[in-house]
Design a protein around this ligand. Structure first.
Ligand code: 5GP
Length: 218
């Protein structure tokens, strides 16, 4: 049965999976939080991790905090869409929550690293839009990591080193944003999302809409 669309905004489209990757301290979390607040059609995928919660982090909201046994069980039971080891801890994306969101017509935002992005790309192909966020300079990255003050010094140093590794994967992404100014970057992230939503192949209801239009013109 073809649907008749009275409003072009109602045209059915496939949900998209929007990945934001960056080295720690590039401002990804601030952008992701603001995007989710502003746009009700996209929801965050909440990762599972074996890392300890930082002060202020809430279980079930920032991450699902688990121990290694629980994490391994999730892998064994094929409950994770992707997973990777980052800084000696394990991180993974619970499959069910993502599938439910997509089925409900919501887009899903992922804050995952390059390893997870590669795995998702292999699994879902075109439904994935990959965005990499760069800091404007090494100095800014270092200052942001130090100011954050949530991790011990040796962890900050390790994260700086790891940043170079993360950044080396920038060319595997569809879009790259240099985060000099949070509001400007947020605008760019939103513009890309809006443009991706309008792509012809995602709008599965488009042919019915056009058919309905052209039959009236005959
Ligand atoms: P943090 O410990 O600072 O919250 O995150 C460390 C890194 O792990 C970040 O680069 C973040 O994007 C990545 N990460 C968080 N969740 C996941 C996940 O579910 N899968 C993968 N592959 N990486 C993740």
């Amino acid at each position: 049965m073809n649907k008749t669309y009275t409003n072009s905004k109602d045209i059915e489209r496939r949900g998209l999976m929007y990945v934001l990757s960056s080295p720690s301290g590039a401002g990804k979390t601030s952008i992701a939080t603001k995007l989710i607040d502003q746009d009700k059609n996209i929801d965050m995928s909440i990762s599972m991790t074996t890392r300890k919660a930082r002060p202020g982090e809430i279980d079930g909201k920032d991450y699902i905090f688990v121990n290694e046994d629980q994490f391994n069980k999730a892998i064994e039971n094929n409950e994770l869409l992707e997973w990777a080891e980052v800084f000696g801890n394990f991180y993974g994306t619970p499959r069910k929550a993502v599938e439910q969101k997509l089925e409900n017509g919501q887009d899903v935002l992922f804050d995952i690293d390059w390893q997870g992005t590669q795995q998702l790309h292999e699994k879902v192909g075109k439904d994935l839009v990959r965005l990499f966020i760069l800091p404007p300079s090494v100095k800014v990255l270092e200052d942001r990591l130090k100011r954050r003050g949530q991790d011990e010094d040796h962890i900050v140093a390790a994260r700086m080193k790891e940043a170079a590794n993360q950044i080396s994967h920038w060319a595997e992404y569809d879009y790259v944003i240099i985060n000099e100014n949070l509001d400007e970057s947020l605008g760019e992230v939103q513009n890309i999302l809006n443009a991706e939503r309008l792509k012809r192949e995602r709008r599965v209801g488009l042919s019915a809409f056009v058919r309905n239009m052209t039959t009236k013109m005959e």
